[in-house]
Design a protein. Structure first.
Length: 140
């Protein structure tokens, strides 16, 4: 009767006392190094400026955008967005997915939306001015 209990206790006890190797960080393999260092070429000269102008023209011509922000804010959003496109995506990807595409895939449309929203949030944070407070000691 006690033999199964003793055997189970021995198995549990020895199982709990096995020394496992410490969880040391794994050295980065060559494959991981290549992925981390892989960067694409900068966009061709003049293309980024062209897309600043083209995207700004689209945004600034939209009456809804005109009601929401000043042209300078729209330009800063455009500049941030196109810079992020260049930073994150190659020119080849941009041409294939955004350049003169009439219909965007849902994934690309989400990328455009997320990137533009990210930049708009940055611009909005810049334009928020702290509410002036009055110190009681200043009025005395």
């Amino acid at each position: 009767m006690f033999k199964p209990i003793i055997i189970i206790m021995i198995i549990l006890f020895t199982g709990c006392t096995i020394n496992l190797p410490a969880n040391h960080p794994q050295p980065i393999t060559e494959e991981k190094k290549v992925v981390e260092q892989k960067k694409h070429e900068p966009w061709p000269e003049g293309e980024k400026e062209y897309w600043y102008a083209r995207y700004f023209f689209t945004m600034a011509g939209n009456p809804s955008v005109q009601q929401l922000m000043l042209p300078r804010a729209a330009y800063e959003i455009v500049k941030c967005t196109v810079d992020k496109y260049e930073e994150e995506r190659s020119w080849k990807w941009f041409v294939a997915n955004l350049h003169d595409q009439k219909i965007l895939t849902p994934e690309v449309a989400k990328y455009v939306y997320d990137t533009t929203k990210f930049c708009a949030d940055i611009e909005r944070a810049k334009s928020v001015k702290p509410i002036p407070t009055m110190d009681v000691r200043e009025t005395i």
